[in-house]
Design a protein around this ligand. Structure first.
Ligand SMILES: Cc1ncc(COP(=O)(O)O)c(C=O)c1O
Length: 418
């Protein structure tokens, strides 16, 4: 009886939040899947306008315009034009963001460029629990440049303080941790690294489009991010790189591809970097993916990121409270910072059998993902989710756990992508 009463309180709250939601109509800009999709932090939903735009680029710009479309359809300018649209969402000035390549490639390019700004310093510092690509790329950059790779746990302030010294060349962190959902204080961490004389490269994979990011306000030196999560650019969508204007004409990215050249079509034998962030360009951009991303970014027209943040926190609060009230006896532990200021837009639940439970949920239309070793990860995309959806997901989770439906052997089979 008690459980029903509590549940109905949450339901009344969800109804009220949905009724008053300033973003309620935005979900109509997307192709909405059945069930409850809580994996927009891995692959965002398809915005409705994308298919027609890509078809038009294929049929008309490619099919008819052919090579001339590099000029007439503006293909050549796409990386900077799309970069400017992303810039607005991450607090970067126009001309400081370039779209293209993958996050991993952007990270390599910016990490080396950042380290080259600090010759004579020996430490490349990153988070011991950072996303694997960040750790792997940082390790390779350290080996390439003869730096010491230093791994810290940035959720322990003392740990970070310990390495912010005269050896620091570059600090690189994910703004939001892909597992714990911890949101770092970009301004404070950047200031501390600067005070030690280092430069900072931020990975915005889990914050761009999920919450307000203020790269310029935080005085960030470099940043990278992907666009297939909260920016809905589609599978394998181009990533982006940001360079602060103070470095834009000084930085020396190592990937000296011809499209980062000052005059690519002069075809000069010597490399001369383009002015500004254009030097983060490498080779020929993937025009079709770039067009899909460009169309996807239209959904942000008129959206206030403060509304996005408020809704994200309301969604994650509701989820955590419902899980705590209803699932605690079922040995499910939320993994999420309690304080809003430390929280991204996702919540993980710890459970010994997380993998099969996630598969059983997906089978019932509640899509999350599994992250090693024991986490069920759920992303909350404020543009497309309703508060009522959050409670529906908890209903299904409760049923899967109570009935032990997840024990069916087919849910234990591992797929290559989890
Ligand atoms: C923090 C972070 N960085 C990078 C990536 C992926 O890099 P890439 O776009 O090169 O596959 C992810 C993927 O989820 C991520 O979570």
């Amino acid at each position: 009886v008690l459980r029903v009463a509590e549940g109905s309180d949450l339901r009344a709250r969800a109804e009220r939040l949905d009724r008053d939601d300033p973003l309620a109509a935005v979900r109509e800009r997307f192709v909405l899947p059945p069930g409850v999709y809580l994996d927009g932090n891995s692959l965002g939903l398809l915005p409705r306008a994308v298919a027609a735009r890509v078809a038009q680029v294929v049929r008309s710009e490619w099919g008819e315009g052919l090579i001339g479309s590099w000029n007439t359809a503006g293909w050549f300018a796409l990386p900077l034009r799309v970069g400017d649209r992303i810039a607005r969402l991450v607090g970067a000035p126009p001309g400081s963001v370039v779209a293209g390549d993958s996050t991993s490639v952007q990270l390599f390019n910016t990490l080396v460029a950042a380290a080259r700004l600090r010759p004579g310093r020996s430490a490349l510092v990153t988070d011991v629990a950072n996303f694997p690509t960040d750790g792997y790329v940082a390790g390779s950059v350290a080996r390439l440049l003869g730096l010491d790779l230093v791994l810290v746990d940035p959720s322990q302030p003392l740990d970070l303080d310990r390495v912010l010294d005269r050896h620091l060349a570059v600090l690189t962190l994910s703004h939001v941790d892909y597992r714990t959902g911890v949101l770092h204080d970009m301004t404070a961490v950047t200031a501390a690294a600067h005070a030690a004389g280092g430069v900072v490269v931020w990975d915005l994979a889990h914050s761009a489009g999920a919450l307000p990011v203020d790269l310029l306000g935080a005085d960030a030196d470099f940043a990278v991010g992907c666009t297939y999560k909260y920016l809905n650019g589609g599978p394998g969508a181009p990533a982006f790189g940001f360079v602060h204007p103070r470095w834009a004409d000084v930085a020396e990215p190592p990937l000296t591809g011809w499209l980062g050249h000052a005059t690519p079509f002069a075809l000069e034998p010597e490399y001369r970097p383009a002015a500004g962030a254009a030097r983060l360009r490498v080779g020929t951009p993937p025009v079709l993916s770039m067009a899909a991303l460009d169309a996807a970014l239209d959904v942000w027209d008129g959206i206030d990121l403060a509304d996005v943040r408020a809704k994200s926190l309301a969604l994650t609060d509701l989820f955590v409270e419902a899980v705590q009230e209803r699932l605690a006896p079922l040995r499910v532990q939320p993994v999420v910072p309690r304080e809003h200021a430390r929280r991204g837009s996702q919540v993980c639940l710890r459970h010994l059998d997380a993998y099969p439970v996630v598969q059983a949920l997906i089978d019932r239309g509640v899509v999350g993902d599994f992250r090693e070793p024991d986490l069920m990860r759920f992303g909350f995309t404020p543009l497309t989710l309703r508060h009522a959806d959050v409670l529906s997901a908890v209903d299904v989770l409760e049923d899967v756990l109570r009935t032990q439906a997840w024990r069916h052997p087919r849910f234990a089979q591992r797929s290559p992508v989890t």
